[in-house]
Design a protein around this ligand. Structure first.
Ligand code: SF4
Length: 363
């Protein structure tokens, strides 16, 4: 167990789908260093912003980044829609980012950290709503089949004295705001507990098999080392191309792509640490210069009297989100109003370019 590991080296709800699909991954990935991705950090920032707005520590219009602002406002809109669908009014209590444990007798089985839990009490009825924000684009399992949400609901159920029902919602602000919802009664949760216990039990077995697949391998810390993944790719590439349909080939291509990235990153890390890989070395790719302080840059250039403002601006780009923030601050208006005003002022100057569609798995 690493110091400061709030999971205490035990499985967690967020990884339960992975260990269900590949029971051997729980023990295997502990052998390898954690690779932090940029996307995960952006996801954490977006979760924090939603949380701060929900508890009233931050005004939504103070979020300067356009995507983060959009994400938060869509998340709150989705939350209202969910509450309307399940027919609840004002909540009595809410908890955010809290970790709870599911125990079996004296033993801790797994922990679950939920994004948001609200409890609504009407007479003798205690309705709970668990919300999981999926703040980045991606392939997310709908609430009805989502074992992570079930694991969270189970831990909440076992740690609450009064539960009439628990709704679990998966809220996805992007690409279009949407959510999926599932309802668990106490009876249903009683029935499902043994299945969760079995998943965790198999994962703890030192001989648990490793079973490759895109969903489970994608974020596995052992991906760059895993012999089963390499075998899977080799086996599939030995099949004649005409005997493989495009959907199967695509699944393998994405897995192979992730694997290749993980292997290259492992190799770079090893060479950087002074390791040796026969026939390979690191070559410097040079450096990139950038200007962080536009104000200081403009002053310095204008003092030379070499370029005029038009020439200087032809070498600059203006950030749409920073311009909105500057306008909003100066005019003391909401972000929405700032955008409306700027679009009028800059009529014909602001261009909107659609991004190319990304290839994702259909649900
Ligand atoms: S890389 Fe895939 S198959 Fe290997 S341990 Fe991880 S999840 Fe399992």
């Amino acid at each position: 167990m690493g110091s400061g590991d709030e999971r205490e080296g035990l499985p967690s709800a967020s990884g339960i789908e992975t260990i269900k699909l590949c029971p051997g991954s729980f023990n295997y990935k502990k052998l390898f260093p954690r690779v932090e991705s940029g996307d995960a950090n952006e996801g954490t920032i977006r979760h924090d912003l939603i949380e701060q707005v929900i508890v009233g520590d931050l005004a939504i219009d103070d979020i300067t980044d356009q995507q983060q602002h959009e994400c938060t406002s869509r998340a709150l809109m989705i939350l209202k829609k969910i509450e309307k669908e399940i027919g609840v009014g004002t909540f009595d209590t809410q908890w955010l980012e809290k970790r709870v444990w599911l125990n079996h007798g004296e033993d801790k089985l797994y922990s679950a950290k939920y994004d948001l839990l609200r409890c609504y009490r009407t007479g003798d009825s205690y309705v709970h709503l668990l919300v999981d924000w999926k703040t980045l684009y991606g392939d997310h399992t709908p609430a009805q089949n989502n074992i992570q949400l079930l694991a969270q609901a189970m831990a909440v159920y076992r740690n609450s004295s009064e539960v009439s029902k628990i709704y679990c919602a998966l809220a996805e602000p992007f690409p279009t705001p949407t959510y999926s919802l599932v309802e668990y009664s106490p009876d249903r949760l009683d029935e499902l507990e043994s299945m969760l216990r079995e998943v965790v039990g198999k994962a703890n077995d030192p001989d648990a098999p490793r079973q490759p697949g895109l969903k489970q391998c994608k974020y596995c810390d052992g991906l760059a080392y895993c012999p089963e993944v390499k075998e899977e790719i080799e086996k599939a590439s030995a099949v004649k191309a005409e005997e493989t349909d495009l959907a199967t080939a695509l699944e393998l291509a994405v897995l192979a792509d992730k694997w290749a990235t993980a292997v290259k990153s492992r190799a770079r890390g090893s060479l950087n640490d002074g390791g040796e890989i026969e026939g390979w070395k690191l070559r410097s790719s040079g450096s990139v210069k950038s200007i962080k302080d536009a104000d200081a840059c403009a002053k310095a250039i204008m003092e030379t009297n070499q370029l005029d403002w038009t020439e200087l601006l032809s070498a600059s780009s203006i950030s749409w989100s920073k311009l909105i923030k500057a306008w909003q601050t100066k005019r003391q208006i909401s972000r929405k109003e700032a955008i409306e005003e700027l679009l009028k002022v800059l009529d014909g100057v602001v261009h909107e370019t659609p991004k190319s569609p990304s290839l994702i798995k259909a649900k």
